[in-house]
Design a protein around this ligand. Structure first.
Ligand SMILES: [Mg+2]
Length: 264
């Protein structure tokens, strides 16, 4: 990789790192090369860090336990999910509000933590996250509540996600029937919505210039960094290939093979 002369200087000057997970830290049940070295480097150099995911299904504790099973020690407070960003957003828009949720426990838990209560009668919001317990009754209820005035929110704008058998329909695909039936468009919170990055930075307690975003996708991670004016590093351990970078109208600040190359 061609790195600028001041690469080391820039990395060393960053106090906070916001890193994507799938394709950066792990893929499936495999830890990617350089990750152990990177986590040790973060800890040894007193860097603040957050591992970010657009998935709303798992709580930070469950994510911490998942990574522990793969052999990585990362504390609960170092995770940030689209469920947490959604909860933060609803809290700021409608403190003490209520929601009807189609999603997994990780989402419901994050909403409770933010003081949002569950309500399937006259909620302020209908919130859609990814879940396997999606069915006609829930869609029907969501449609009625949105027509009745509830605002429609999606935790993340992904259309599909990767699975062992190919792809699965993700949040935006699950929200689509409700949008079509009601004629209302959902507002989606997760990456590349800059809101998620701003909330993550607030949690990290760093300023823009002190922060670095690390991701494996130009169309979600890198664009999210660019839109929030945070320096970006693309790693080639996931979705975007080196050849694809030039097809985008924007570029990351740095391109590295994996996160291990960040350890300066
Ligand atoms: Mg990724």
């Amino acid at each position: 990789m061609n790195l600028p002369e001041n690469f080391k200087e820039i990395i060393a000057s960053k106090k906070g790192f916001i890193s994507d997970m799938d394709g950066v830290i792990y893929h499936g049940s495999k830890i990617l090369p350089g990750v152990e070295k990177f986590i040790k480097w973060l800890k040894d150099n007193d860097k603040r860090y957050l591992f970010l995911t657009n998935s709303s299904e798992r709580s930070p504790r469950e994510l911490s336990q998942k990574l522990q099973r793969l052999g990585l020690e990362i504390e609960e407070e170092n995770f940030y999910t689209s469920a947490m960003a959604t909860a933060e957003f609803l809290k700021s828009q409608c403190p003490g509000g209520s929601a009807y949720v189609i999603g997994e426990p990780g989402l419901v838990y994050a909403l409770y933590e933010a003081g949002i209560s569950m309500n399937d009668y006259n909620p302020d919001y209908v919130v859609i996250g990814e879940t396997r317990s999606y069915n006609f009754e829930k869609i029907e209820k969501a449609v009625r509540l949105v027509i009745g005035g509830a605002k429609l929110i999606g935790t993340n704008p992904d259309l599909t996600g990767p699975s062992e058998n190919g792809i699965f329909p993700a949040c935006k695909a699950l929200a689509a029937p409700i949008e079509i039936a009601t004629g209302k468009s959902a507002y989606f919170i997760g990456k590349p919505n800059a809101l998620m990055m701003r909330h993550a930075m607030k949690k990290l307690g760093t300023r823009r210039a002190e922060t670095m975003i690390i991701g494996d996708r130009m169309d979600t991670d890198i664009i999210a960094g660019i839109q929030t004016e945070i320096d970006t590093t693309l790693v080639l351990s996931g979705v975007t290939t080196k050849e694809e970078i030039s097809q985008f109208s924007y570029r990351p600040l740095f391109v590295l093979n994996n996160v291990g190359d960040l350890c300066v």
